[in-house]
Design a protein around this ligand. Structure first.
Ligand code: DC
Length: 223
């Protein structure tokens, strides 16, 4: 069934490539607005972790499909953020494991997986105002929201940011997979406002987004 934005509460979409700064910005923005923060990448990561934990190879679409049909994928809201729970386990501590980093772009190319994540996000938006970060939020998941942003940073800055987080993440490989995927690749939605965060603080980016949201007609009561 096709859902339209009228079925949903307000959604601010923050898309961009890995390590572009979107998580820090989206989280801080959600707090300022009093909206729930949703990291859609975390849902892809939780699914990837669940498959790997169950010994399912990320090429085996039949087994992936079976595993996801029987998995209970739910979420809980705590501290203004949505947390994914899969088969009653909160995988938060494993979402950035090396093996998840290596496989997540792979798993997220399957239409079945994308459909499950989109459904989760739509469910959320039926009951809450959201700030959602991801790759296809403004282009595919909530194409009708008027509040779309695309945040980017230079490859050097993005690599530095990951290194500062102490993570090994093959950003170039994930970029390639994210941009070249057949279904819902990373694109800049036509009506998205683009921000290069390379030389901006999180506060500056949030300020720019809040200003833009006001211009776009969002009535803001920041907290
Ligand atoms: O935002 P992140 O780096 O944690 O996302 C992890 C992966 O999930 C990313 O490489 C591609 C996938 N992803 C996606 O395909 N679509 C989204 N909306 C969010 C993430």
């Amino acid at each position: 069934m096709h859902s339209s934005q009228r079925d949903f509460h307000r959604v601010v979409a923050i898309d961009g490539p890995a390590a572009s700064g979107k998580s820090s910005v989206a989280r801080a923005l959600a707090r300022r607005l009093g909206f729930v923060y949703v990291n859609s990448g975390a849902i892809y990561r939780a699914i990837t972790w669940h498959l790997l934990k169950n010994g399912i190879h990320t090429e085996e679409i039949d087994r992936i499909s079976e595993a996801l049909e029987s998995a209970a994928i739910t979420s809980r809201i705590g501290d203004g953020e949505s947390h994914i729970v899969i088969d009653y386990v909160d995988p938060a501590d494993h979402l950035r494991d090396d093996r998840v980093n290596q496989s997540v772009a792979h798993v997220s190319r399957f239409p079945l997986v994308r459909e499950i994540v989109a459904q989760k996000l739509h469910e959320h938006a039926r009951s809450e105002d959201l700030v959602v970060e991801g790759r296809d939020i403004g282009s595919v998941v909530f194409p009708d929201t008027p509040y779309k942003f695309y945040v980017d940073a230079s490859p050097e800055v993005r690599l530095q940011r990951r290194a500062a987080q102490g993570e090994r993440d093959e950003i170039a490989l994930r970029d390639h997979a994210d941009f070249s995927r057949l279904v819902s690749p990373l694109v800049i939605a036509e009506d998205a406002h683009v921000i290069d965060t390379s030389h901006l603080t999180v506060e500056k980016v949030v300020h720019e987004i809040l200003t833009r949201l006001q211009e776009t007609g969002l009535r803001i009561q920041t907290i």
